[in-house]
Design a protein around this ligand. Structure first.
Ligand code: ADP
Length: 271
């Protein structure tokens, strides 16, 4: 039997931006290794703000973030350490199009390089890690291709590989499938789910598609107007909560489930 560890914990974290917007009401949540959590909610609900609190990009106005191995994250140095051990995947993957896949993925090692080495060639160990991550996301045959020659889904996989070479404790993804078609989105989420399981990473993904959240999440945290209105297993997410979140029992303008992805998710969960 495996023991679970808390990777990150927020205690009473509240975010009020300088313009007075309260993007996050006082929130206490903890996140375990090996669990796939989805932050679900409409645009403006506070999903990004919550993710950015978890990697130290936003400092809570009140309350505390506690990270495994660091304790309470209060100083700028601790926030830098937190970011170097937290992989981020973005909606717009932020790749450098003219660089190869390998060079883009190596960027994820920058935080692990001593400053004096940043202009020199990459160490063999870094290249090996990068190639292993590229293989992990199924793109080894594209390692030397320019990033801008890849499809949107492949570029997003490069983003995942770049996060993995950080050897993160936590992988955070802010709307990673927002610009992908449903089939490609499903494949990316299945890959992230598989990485979460096999590497026992704490993975937290923000989504606005209810069906994807239900198919892939171990836990759904539903947000509305900066407050957690649901925290539980996907099976417990009923039409009442969806109405609270989106104003309609189906979750608003959410497309029908993609044929075949629920069985695929079930298969991965059982693995
Ligand atoms: P979501 O990711 O769910 O779309 P966000 O976390 O981006 O929601 O935004 C939550 C609220 O905080 C929104 O009202 C948004 O306009 C506001 N907000 C986000 N970032 C800032 C900022 N830097 N300054 C002021 N308000 C912000």
């Amino acid at each position: 039997m495996s023991t679970t560890h808390t990777a990150l914990e927020l205690q009473g974290a509240e975010v009020i931006f300088p313009n007075g917007t309260r993007a996050l009401h006082p929130t206490s949540l903890s996140f375990e290794d090996g669990a796939f959590t989805v932050f679900l909610g409409p645009s403006g609900a506070g999903k990004s703000t919550l993710l950015r609190c978890l990697n130290g990009l936003v400092t809570p106005s009140n309350g505390t973030l506690i990270a495994q191995g660091l304790g309470p994250v209060t100083t700028a140095a601790q926030r830098r350490t937190l970011r170097s051990t937290t992989g981020m995947v973005f909606q717009q993957h932020h790749l450098i199009g003219r660089l190869t896949v390998l060079d883009n993925v190596l960027m994820g090692r920058l935080g692990h390089r001593p400053g004096w080495a940043s202009l020199g060639p990459w160490r063999r160990a870094d290249k090996e890690l990068a190639l292993a991550a590229i293989e992990r996301v199924g793109l080894i045959d594209r390692a030397l291709h320019r990033a801008d020659q890849l499809s949107g889904g492949q570029q997003q996989r490069v983003g995942v590989a770049r996060a993995l070479v950080q050897q993160p404790r936590v992988l955070l993804a802010d709307e990673p499938v927002a610009s992908l078609d449903p089939t490609t989105a499903e494949r990316l989420l299945a890959l992230m789910h598989d990485i979460c399981r096999r590497e026992r990473l704490c993975v937290i993904v923000s989504l606005h598609q209810v069906e994807f959240a239900k198919a892939f999440a171990d836990r759904i945290v539903g947000l509305r107007q900066g407050a957690v209105v649901f925290d539980g297993a996907p099976g417990a997410l009923g039409s009442d909560t969806l109405t609270t979140l989106y104003g309609t029992p189906s979750g608003g303008a959410v497309a029908a489930p993609v044929a075949g992805f629920e069985p695929m998710a079930a298969e991965l969960k059982a693995a």
